[in-house]
Each structure stands twice: as structure tokens, then as C-alpha cells.
Design a protein around this ligand. Structure first.
Ligand code: AQP
Length: 332
């Protein structure tokens, strides 16, 4: 079985529809066909200031949401990044393999650092793509299921893996991004030209999966659509409507063309009402399942401990190889 690896940050509580449709939904499908490793990337969350108690709670909450979407610890390895110290250990080696200029070209860093200002930008935010390189290479992942915003980081991972292999001999699998075209980028409801994002969308622009269904319905109904009244999938001319069509088609497991056809001749109102209904039907059982996992933190923690143990057995082997290749003296 080919191997996949991916992660999600435990920031700001609820996952949003972009996280789910862009990434986590694929994770659930891939656990059936792939040797799958998924993690809550708590170390990545530290790139921005976090309240310690909230971070701990949000890490459990993220794991509970992943289980609630259908990840099954019998079929995949689910763990918390900081429980596997090899991530931070390999990251240092990878930092030493990365050019400063190369790291400076990461557009996500440029966006986030310009938003936060130099004083609130940590060195960790700058090096976080390199920790991600380590995350992926430790598991010799063949594919990395992510949203479009991560494509550049996967490209960096490929470059560094190739560089390491070239310099020290075949060590790492060079991974491919696994990005589904249709859902690679889910857009902000209020500004459908930018991605739906925890840190930069306004609350009205985000469908939070754990939100009260009434609140989500209200946001969907006030989503910015386009002038004209025709329901047509046309991301250039009609980004708002196209975004709603994508979300509806994916959640109901049909093609965008089918949804387009169904709404031919109808108004935006009908599309929004139906989408609100579909989101609420999806989200209610999801929230209930998330709560069940949270209500039993002991079981949740022991699932995560088992996941970390499985992950560590793979990660430790790769780290030992990498340390050996670069010439670090093995300890006793
Ligand atoms: N809008 C999106 N459309 C498609 N995929 C998306 N992802 C995030 N937003 C969208 C994908 O979700 C996965 C987990 O992302 P993350 O843990 O990196 O979360 P994030 O990047 O913190 O989420 P945001 O909302 O994008 O936050 P900011 O803006 O703070 O970085 C990833 O695979 C990501 O591609």
C-alpha cells in the first residue's frame, strides 16, 4: 500500500469547511486504500502565540473532530505531533539543508508575517515549512493530501528530499501532493476571491463545522453572490456562486455539473436554502460524535498514545538513518 501523511493545526477550535473539503475528507477516503498517517500538528500551532490551556483543549478537540469525520484508528495511525519527538529532531537536520533564500520565498510566510508585523512574527513561523518537510519525510510518505495553499510546501519537501538523497544517497521517498482539483480551495463566503481561513476570514466568511446550524444557515444565506441571477459554475465570473456549488456538490456526492443542472432557472435563494439544509444535516451528527469523543478524554488520550507509538516506530527508524547518513555519531 502506498503511504499518505497529513496534518491539521489545533488552532481556533472548530475545523471549517475548507479544512474538511480541502483535506480531511480525502484523509477519510484514503485510509481505505493507503497506509495512512494523520496528525494534529500542535508544534505548528506554536508558530503563533497560544494560550497553553486552550492549546491542550484544542488538541483534544482536533483529534475528536478527526475521529468524528470518520478516521478510524484501526485503519489509520492518528497521533499528536509533539508525542513523536523525531519530528523536531529531523527538522533541525532539514533546516540545515534549506537555503535562507529558499525559505524566504514561501508565500504563506510572506502573507502571515506581513499580516502580523515583524514584532509578532516568530522565527518558528519562518521555519515551519521545514518542520513540515520533516513531518512528511519521516514517514517516507508517497502522497500528501492537502489543500492548494500547501502546494508550495510540498514542492519544498520534494526539493529537500532530492537534495538530501543526492548528497548522502537514497534515503527519503520524494512525495507527491495529493490535491483534488474540485475542492483544492474553498473560498471565504464574504470574499469569494480568497480562501476560507481561520486566521484571515471574518467570522461571517467561515462555515465552522461545530457552529450552531442556525448560525451556519445565516452565514450561507448572506454569502456574497454575484450580480445577475443565473446559477452557473464559473469561478472567474461567478466566484461566489461557484463556491456554493462546489460545497453542495461535494457534500452530496454528486458532480458540480449535476448541481448546476438541478438549479438551472432557479434563484440564488433556493441554492442557499438547500445548501444550509445540507450543511446542517451533515454538521449535526458530526458535532454529536465530536462531543462523545470529548466526553471520554481517557479513551481519546489512549487512542492518541497508541497512535503515537505506531508513528514513533516508523519515525525513529527514518531518523536513525538520516542521522547516520549525515555523519552524527550514534549514542550508546
Ligand atoms: N480554504 C481552504 N480550502 C481548501 N483546503 C484548505 N485547507 C485550509 N483551508 C482551506 C487545508 O486544510 C488543511 C489543514 O490546514 P491547517 O491545519 O494548515 O489549517 P490552517 O492552514 O491553519 O487553516 P487555515 O484556515 O488555512 O488557517 P490559516 O489561514 O491560519 O493558515 C491543510 O491541508 C490545508 O491545505
Amino acid at each position: 500500500r502506498p503511504r499518505v501523511l497529513s496534518g491539521i493545526q489545533p488552532t481556533s477550535g472548530s475545523f471549517h469547511m475548507g479544512n474538511y473539503l480541502g483535506a480531511v475528507r480525502q484523509w477519510v477516503a484514503l485510509q481505505e486504500t493507503h497506509d495512512a498517517f494523520y496528525m494534529v500538528v500542535d508544534l505548528h500551532a506554536l508558530t503563533l502565540p497560544q494560550d497553553p490551556r486552550e492549546l491542550r483543549a484544542n488538541t483534544r478537540l482536533a483529534a475528536a473532530q478527526l475521529l468524528a469525520t470518520g478516521l478510524d484508528p484501526e485503519r489509520c495511525t492518528l497521533f499528536v505531533q509533539s508525542h513523536v519527538p523525531e519530528h523536531a529532531q529531523l527538522s533541525w537536520v532539514m533546516e540545515c539543508m534549506t537555503g535562507f533564500g529558499e525559505a524566504s520565498r514561501m508565500t504563506q510566510f510572506k502573507d502571515k508575517s506581513s499580516r502580523h508585523g515583524a514584532d509578532r512574527t516568530s522565527v518558528g513561523l519562518f521555519t515551519y515549512p521545514i518542520l513540515q518537510v520533516a513531518d512528511i519525510l519521516l514517514y517516507q510518505a508517497d502522497q500528501v493530501p492537502v489543500g492548494e495553499d500547501q502546494r508550495q510546501h510540498i514542492e519544498l519537501t520534494r526539493n529537500i528530499a532530492e537534495r538530501f538523497n543526492g548528497r548522502y544517497g537514497e534515503t527519503f521517498t520524494v512525495p507527491e501532493p495529493y490535491i483534488l482539483r474540485e475542492t483544492a480551495k474553498i473560498f471565504d463566503l464574504q470574499d469569494p476571491t480568497v480562501k476560507m481561513s481561520k486566521s484571515s476570514s471574518s467570522p461571517k466568511g467561515i462555515i465552522d463545522l461545530l457552529d450552531d446550524p442556525k448560525a451556519s444557515a445565516k452565514k450561507i444565506k448572506s454569502a456574497v453572490t454575484d450580480t445577475g441571477s443565473e446559477i452557473r459554475f464559473d469561478p472567474e465570473q461567478k466566484p461566489g456562486v461557484s463556491n456554493l456549488l462546489t460545497i453542495l456538490a461535494t457534500l452530496t456526492d454528486v458532480t458540480v455539473a449535476e448541481v448546476e443542472q438541478k438549479y438551472a432557472g432557479k434563484g440564488y435563494g433556493a441554492l442557499k436554502t438547500d445548501l444550509a439544509e445540507v450543511v446542517s444535516e451533515w454538521a449535526a451528527p458530526f458535532s454529536a460524535r465530536t462531543r462523545e469523543y470529548l466526553d471520554d478524554p481517557e479513551t481519546l488520550d489512549s487512542l492518541l498514545a497508541e497512535g503515537a507509538e505506531k508513528a514513533r516506530s516508523v519515525a525513529a527508524e527514518t531518523l536513525a538513518q538520516a542521522y547516520d547518513k549525515v555523519g552524527l555519531l550514534p549514542g550508546k
